[in-house]
Design a protein around this ligand. Structure first.
Ligand code: MG
Length: 341
């Protein structure tokens, strides 16, 4: 029998796993695995367990929220050989699961792992010591996404997240950060309000439209930085651009890259996968291409790739003509009250 280490956070998602644990273990056992169960005892315990014992198993499966998956990947990245990892989501946001279309039904997710295939997923390395699975960000409070209406999340995704971040600065005084950004031989110094380095189709519970051309195994991050507007009107224009998914205007610095460096006179506070990531005057994000073997539902990748490939090439902007879309129309006009553009 193949040996499986099953690490789960018993408190994640209001202890959801308690009712399903027996069925999950049964699915794994029927699938030919000898299962060692490990309920995590405190934060970072899953990380420690996988780092210490992961190498003794054929497969590691983790269950919990995005934080649990992030811990697991950080540990797996430090093991001498690549151990395949499966994920059963139980957290509240589950960006990673949404990105990879992992079932939110725990028993189905377990069965998909038994029947699963490997997908080599890119992992972000941060300052050579930390890792992130889907997002590193600065200048945005971690609770921003939870206050965004679900409709907006589904329609605008990435841009909605950025828009919500920008809105935070409209109510009071806003102060940007002087940052030098370096990538692919390009160097630019400017003042930025916030920034996101991601490899995900879901951030903070919001769906990034497939038309953004996000690939999980292309070795590239999507990077977006918001330039600090000089006036309240300019701030409103930046917000409007974000609401229309126009992230290529002069108000943003947007690109794809495998490696990006940020330097600043003042330390920048980062969040990695939604958790505190420390503050640094120099930060380096490196995409470790296809660094983990994720176990996913058979054919899932094929479906996803087909969907991306079938999209029209006009993915750069949502046209203003798209205002027959109810939410877009509401968001646009609400946000443009009193503003002439
Ligand atoms: Mg990518």
């Amino acid at each position: 029998m193949k040996k499986m280490l099953f690490v789960f956070n018993p408190r994640s998602g209001k202890g959801l796993i308690r009712t399903a644990l027996l069925d999950i273990v049964d699915v794994f056992t029927r699938g030919g695995f000898e299962v060692v169960c490990y309920p995590t005892q405190k934060p970072r315990d899953g990380y420690r367990k996988i780092l210490e014992d992961g190498s003794n198993f054929d497969v590691v499966v983790v269950s919990g929220g995005d934080g649990t998956m992030s811990e697991a990947v950080t540990a797996l990245m430090q093991l001498p050989k690549m151990i395949p990892v499966g994920y059963i989501p139980t957290g509240s946001t589950n960006d990673f699961a949404a990105s990879m279309r992992i079932s939110t039904n725990m028993i189905d997710a377990a069965q998909d792992i038994v029947d699963g295939v490997y997908f080599e997923y890119d992992v972000g390395q941060f300052n050579r010591q930390r890792y992130f699975v889907y997002v590193a960000a600065f200048g945005i409070f971690t609770d921003v996404p939870y206050e965004t209406p679900q409709d907006a999340k589904n329609i605008f995704g990435h841009a909605a997240y950025i828009a919500e971040g920008i809105k935070r600065f409209t109510s009071g005084s806003y102060k940007g950060m002087d940052i030098t950004v370096e990538h692919d031989g390009i160097r630019e110094s400017a003042n930025f309000l916030l920034g996101i380095v991601s490899n995900s189709t879901s951030i903070g519970g919001m769906k990034v439209p497939m038309r953004d051309g996000v690939y999980f195994d292309d070795g590239l991050f999507e990077v977006t930085l918001v330039r600090t507007p000089a006036t309240p009107i300019a701030l409103q224009q930046t917000l409007n651009d974000a609401l229309l998914n126009r992230l290529s205007t002069k108000n943003f610095l947007s690109f794809k890259s495998a490696k990006v460096k940020f330097t600043s006179p003042e330390p920048i506070a980062w969040t990695l996968d939604g958790e505190a990531g420390g503050a640094y005057t120099e930060s380096l994000a490196v995409n470790c291409r296809r660094a983990i073997k994720l176990i996913i539902k058979p054919d899932d990748k094929t479906d996803q790739q087909r969907e991306i490939d079938s999209l029209k090439p006009d993915y750069n902007e949502v046209s203003v003509a798209d205002t027959d879309n109810k939410y877009l129309r509401t968001a646009l006009f609400e946000d443009q009250k009193g503003i002439e553009i």
